[in-house]
Design a protein around this ligand. Structure first.
Ligand SMILES: Cc1cc2nc3c(=O)[nH]c(=O)nc-3n(C[C@H](O)[C@H](O)[C@H](O)COP(=O)(O)O)c2cc1C
Length: 179
């Protein structure tokens, strides 16, 4: 079976940028499966991602059976874009209390995170510690940019450019689509 990118959206203000990311990849003829945390759905409605991807969006594992495990079979690459401090912390510590964090533990493909958060959050010891753990676990971390975030603070934490994230996702997708 041919595999495709699975993109998980977590609850950051940068979630709107993932719409463009999904659209760009789908326009290249590559299917994309979108997963969302419950908090991500407060920023963007799942119907938007369902329309952009032309596939059902996975949010709640309780009404779709073993979907958090099944999704590993379709994933060429698993990318969390944007990745909140919360999902990074859960991934680093093996916490699996929703569909996205559970799917991460089941994944056999390369995993990418694109952190997005306030600079103080990003620089905090727990977040830096958790990112170090993820890197040691083999997760590809796309470092955020230094810039002004929505709250007006300036520093590292602004999500990397969509074009850069897309390039890295596609690089791993092409390596793994047939495996
Ligand atoms: C308006 C708003 C914007 C937020 N933006 C971010 C963000 O960019 N990064 C982040 O780590 N958390 C952000 N948060 C906090 C997260 O939404 C919160 O930690 C939540 O528990 C994350 O849940 P999730 O990781 O399951 O999606 C924001 C919260 C609000 C209300």
């Amino acid at each position: 079976m041919k595999k495709h990118p699975v993109i998980a959206v977590s609850g950051s203000i940068a979630a709107y940028k993932t719409c463009e990311l999904v659209r760009n990849i789908v326009k290249k003829g590559i299917p994309v499966r979108v997963m969302m945390t419950e908090n991500a759905t407060r920023f963007i409605g799942p119907v938007t991602f369902a329309a952009l991807s032309n596939m059902p969006v996975i949010v709640n594992e309780w009404d779709q059976g073993m979907i958090h495990i099944d999704v590993k079979n379709e994933a060429s690459v698993f990318a969390i874009v944007p990745a909140t401090a919360n999902i990074i912390g859960k991934m680093a510590n093996g916490i699996a209390d929703d569909a996205v964090s559970s799917a991460y533990l089941a994944m056999e493909c390369p995993v990418i995170v694109a952190p997005a958060m306030n600079p103080n959050m990003y620089k905090s010891k727990p977040v830096q510690r958790n990112l170090k753990i993820l890197k040691e676990d083999g997760v590809i971390v796309i470092d955020p940019m230094v810039g002004e975030v929505v709250c007006g603070d300036v520093g590292p934490g602004k999500m990397a450019e969509v074009q850069q994230i897309e390039k890295i996702i596609l690089e791993y997708h092409y390596k793994n689509e047939g495996i």
